[in-house]
Design a protein around this ligand. Structure first.
Ligand code: ADP
Length: 623
């Protein structure tokens, strides 16, 4: 060891990662080359960007490219790039730690994936350390574009690495891998060429294998659509998304006005966020004239479109724009608006062409579009056409669009109705749909916790207000094919009896209710809970109560109205009971209230309720 050589320990997480890479990842070994080429490509992209904005670049004249050289006798694979290179400090931190934010969690997830399904490894991108899948010793020689002297990093992948000065290097990075005994395939040209063709066709710099360029360097998004095959698009998707699935949809579009844009956007098949892999990072790269400006850009699309993969290239962006400046750059914001609208229009068109295919997208990524409705006012109109819900007129599991609902509406109907519940069966056996069924009015079923927030944010669709069926002021008298089918008038309590029952109920239920009112829309059920606050639905209230309780606060429900059905035998009999046995009648009234709360999905005190329930049962069986 020379005097200038220093020894460094790998950070604990890196050691763990190396351990997984070396000991568990045998089957997907080929990906090591993809990882190293992709690092080189990143370093070259950065170099291209820097050389546009600086004129003091060291070795500025060398062409931007990647070379791979093999030695079948020494069993080595060497990959060289003329990218930005690394200084001594950069070698130490970049190749000694894991740059990932939350690297501990990242390594845990990787270990889990390695146990479960080796195919998932490809999604992680273990990066540089993948070299140790095939190498028993790895040497990295690098010289930064700032011109400082070069250095050499050496490790055998165990606990430590060394760094020493290495004078006379060219700008860029050279990685020499001494292959393990069982990895000698990787010094064969046919093998390495096959891997490059499979994974790295779209790398935007020449890749020279033993001096021969093996990829065609043309940005796919600048080519004419009719000249690109499905296979090329799919391969490009796999390349930009680092994915193994095929895209569900792709949109390739080019416009000149109001801005010059070339974009290729893909919708993946799998939603990794829903599979428990943490929040998906944005997957669209921003280019200007084929120079990468912002990889995995957070600025070019709204956050809720983070599931998209692809590229956006706009000549109108200034090439030397910094990543910070992208954030509130007016041009970038305009780009984002144009691209987002274009993409949403594309989805609406696709949904019109083949609704079953669109439903697949809705089932995997609908949650993001819902997030868009609740978080982003700007695109609500477009998003409203894309949301899907089940309804009383839809088949089980086949949600419909709001457009379809509106098309089916009767002339007299002016509002779009919805009601939430845990599932179809529960909603259909609850009190809220009774009058809708009787009058033949379609009603939307919202079955996900976020749904009521989505419809509440939309407010209206096509000029028709969106109204929850648990609203106190709901009026169906003008709607439906049987306009007179209001609650049955025959056999109702006389108005005198009903007035006194209503005021007795108000007194008995006291603080629990805001009001007790005679229902105009119950058919069979004796009672139901409705919301006097038009902005709030029972489902929203339930979620807010749960989140308050999670924080250790009381649920603090707002007061509801109890609607009673004066034609219901139970309610009629209750009026009699008040006169003969008021104490018992009070228990029955409380129980009716609790039952209605439960049907609304709201919280009651279970202990109190069960105790009261037994009291009533005892009375019934004559204890
Ligand atoms: P990632 O690429 O995901 O950041 P890696 O472990 O592959 O993680 O690499 C860590 C860092 O090392 C990179 O972010 C980059 O800064 C640096 N690096 C790796 N390879 C090269 C290279 N060929 N040229 C310049 N820098 C590199």
């Amino acid at each position: 060891m020379s005097e200038q050589t220093t020894t460094h320990e790998f950070q604990a997480e890196t050691r763990r990662l190396l351990d997984i890479v070396i000991n568990s990842l045998y089957t997907e070994r080929d990906i090591f080359l993809r990882e190293l080429i992709s690092n080189s490509s990143d370093a070259l992209e950065k170099m291209r960007h820097e050389s546009l904005t600086h004129d003091d670049v060291f070795d500025d004249h060398v062409p931007l490219e990647i070379s791979i050289d093999l030695d079948e006798e020494k069993h080595t694979l060497t990959i060289t790039d003329t990218g930005i290179g690394m200084t001594c400090e950069e070698l130490e931190t970049n190749l000694g730690t894991i740059a990932h934010s939350g690297s501990g969690a990242f390594v845990e997830e990787l270990a889990e994936a390695a146990r479960k399904d080796i195919n998932l490894i490809g999604q992680f991108g273990v990066g540089f350390y993948a070299a140790f899948m095939v190498g028993e010793k790895v040497t990295v020689q690098s010289r930064s574009w700032d011109g400082s002297e070069g250095n050499e990093w050496v490790s055998e992948g165990s606990g430590s690495f060394t760094i020493s000065e290495s004078p006379g290097l060219r700008r860029g990075t050279k990685i020499i891998i001494e292959l393990k005994d069982d990895a000698h395939d990787y010094d064969k040209k046919w093998k390495v060429e096959g891997i490059i063709k499979q994974y790295s066709t779209f790398v935007p710099f020449p890749i020279k294998l033993e001096g021969e360029t093996v990829n065609t360097v043309q940005a796919i998004w600048t080519r004419a659509k009719n000249e690109i095959t499905d296979e090329e698009y799919n391969d490009f998707y796999k390349f930009v998304a680092n994915a193994i699935d095929e895209p569900q949809y792709r949109l390739h579009f080019s416009v000149d006005a109001p801005l010059a844009i070339n974009a290729v956007l893909f919708v993946p098949t799998e939603n990794f966020e829903s599979m428990g892999f943490g929040r998906v990072e944005p997957g669209v790269n921003l280019y200007c004239q084929r120079v990468l400006i912002d990889q995995h850009s957070e600025n070019i699309l709204p956050e809720w479109l983070r599931f998209l993969k692809g590229v956006v290239d706009s000549e109108d962006l200034p090439l030397n724009i910094s990543r910070q400046a992208l954030q509130d750059n007016a041009l970038v914001m305009k780009l984002r608006r144009v691209i987002t609208k274009r993409f949403l229009k594309f989805l609406a068109e696709e949904a019109g062409k083949d609704s079953d295919r669109y439903l697949k997208l809705w089932n995997t990524f609908g949650i993001y579009l819902k997030e868009g409705v609740t978080s982003d006012y700007e695109f609500q109109k477009e998003l409203a056409k894309l949301v899907r819900f089940e309804s009383s007129a839809s088949e089980d599991g086949k949600p419909i669009s709001l457009t379809e609902y509106v098309e089916r509406m009767d002339e007299g109907q002016e509002e779009i109705y919805y009601i939430s519940g845990p599932n179809r069966k529960a909603i259909e056996s609850g009190p809220y749909v009774e009058m809708f069924n009787k009058k033949g009015i379609e009603i939307i079923y919202t079955m996900e916790p976020i749904d009521d927030f989505v419809l509440n944010h939309l407010g209206e669709f096509d000029g028709k207000k969106l109204v929850s069926a648990d609203r106190a002021d709901l009026d169906l008298s003008k709607s439906g094919d049987d306009k007179e089918a209001d609650a049955d008038e025959t056999g109702r309590l006389s108005s005198e009896d009903s007035d006194s029952l209503v005021s007795w109920l108000k007194k008995t239920l006291g603080e629990k209710v805001a009001d007790v009112i005679e229902s105009k829309r119950l058919v069979d059920s004796p009672a139901m809970i409705v919301n006097p606050d038009g902005m709030m639905t029972s489902s929203m209230e339930r979620i807010m109560a749960a989140s308050r309780m999670e924080k250790g606060l009381s649920p603090e429900a707002s007061k509801k109205n109890l609607e009673i059905n004066l034609a219901s035998p139970l309610i009629k009999q209750l009026a009699e009971l008040v006169k003969s046995d008021e104490a018992f009648a009070s228990d029955v009234a409380e129980q009716i209230y609790d039952n209605a709360m439960i049907q609304a999905g709201l919280v009651v005190d279970p202990m109190l309720m069960v105790k009261r329930n037994y009291k009533i049962l005892n009375k019934v069986v004559g204890v």
